[in-house]
Write a protein that binds this ligand. Sequence first.
Ligand SMILES: [Zn+2]
Length: 372
Amino acid sequence: MRWSIKIARIAGIEVRIHITFLLFLAWIGLSYYRIGGTPAAAAGVLFILALFACVLLHEFGHALAALAYGIPTPDITLLPIGGVARLQRMPDKPWQELVVAIAGPLVNVVIAAALIFLLDRRADFEDLGRLQMPEIDLLAKLASVNISLVLFNLIPAFPMDGGRVLRSLLAMALPYSRATQIAAWIGQALAFVFGFVGLFTNPMLIFIAFFIFLGAQQEAAMAQMKDLSLNLPVSEAMVTHLVRLPHLATLDEAVEALLRTSQHEFPVVDDADRLLGVLTRDDMIAALKHHGPATPVVDVMHRDLPVVGPHDPFGEAFRLMQESASPALPVVDRVGRLLGLITPENIGEMMLVNSLRPRDGRPAWHRPRVAI
Ligand SMILES: [Zn+2]
């Protein structure tokens, strides 16, 4: 996240604070100072720091639960509105998502229970006068704020953990995208209620309503993408009508193929149709500047591109292509024979088709398959 400062690294997770969080602390300090001078300012800042320590532990709850399923969390960022744990991905199995979602609020349940136990013990053994002491007051406030954190996070609306809990429960009985749609719909309905109540009571609720509404929308869009990328095998998304260049072809022949077709990426194959490399339009332009038209294409093509199999999920191919910055991703069979190509254009078209499909329907070309 931009404008954030790294403050620690715990269990391989970078802990960062956003610059606005420091401003928020300064603002808290100043507001308390104007009411009660330095002691009040110190107490106010201390309370906020303790509160955000609880928020941080909450995020670590999510991160460590995800780690148990092999999903790393590169960083956790603290913002004035709360913490954000950036999980590399969400778990695919509903019950795993349920565990990851609930692990955060569970941490606050434990903290609140521990604090209440501690306060109870103190109240038993010390005289009641001590209950007015600032440290007791701080602990009591922390306990109640942890309970609020649990209740707030369990609101069944999307950016909240409760939204994920709801979705994962629904996904145990329904397809993932349908479960997300229903959860998103409930979240947005709740957002309207919050917004409406906020108009007459607390304007803060209107802010929360916006937050929930956008969160639900984003989650629904992401689920659609995920649905697409998870369910579709590469073989249904690849380009198969391809002009292939034989391994003895020259740059001249490649340019001719470029002019004759609308293709930008040309696979180079041997006599048995096994993939040797890919020659792109940019490769040709660069090569023509430095080499003659009689240069063999095998001398200037991209070699060692990552390849995928026809049954690999499309999402995997998309990720591989982004990670390796490949111009195209060849699809090969078990013995390395070329079956097709995933290109940036055809990914773009896939996204477009997906965005145009009816809300509940599947595109015509998407035949149902066994889940991977
Ligand atoms: Zn959470």
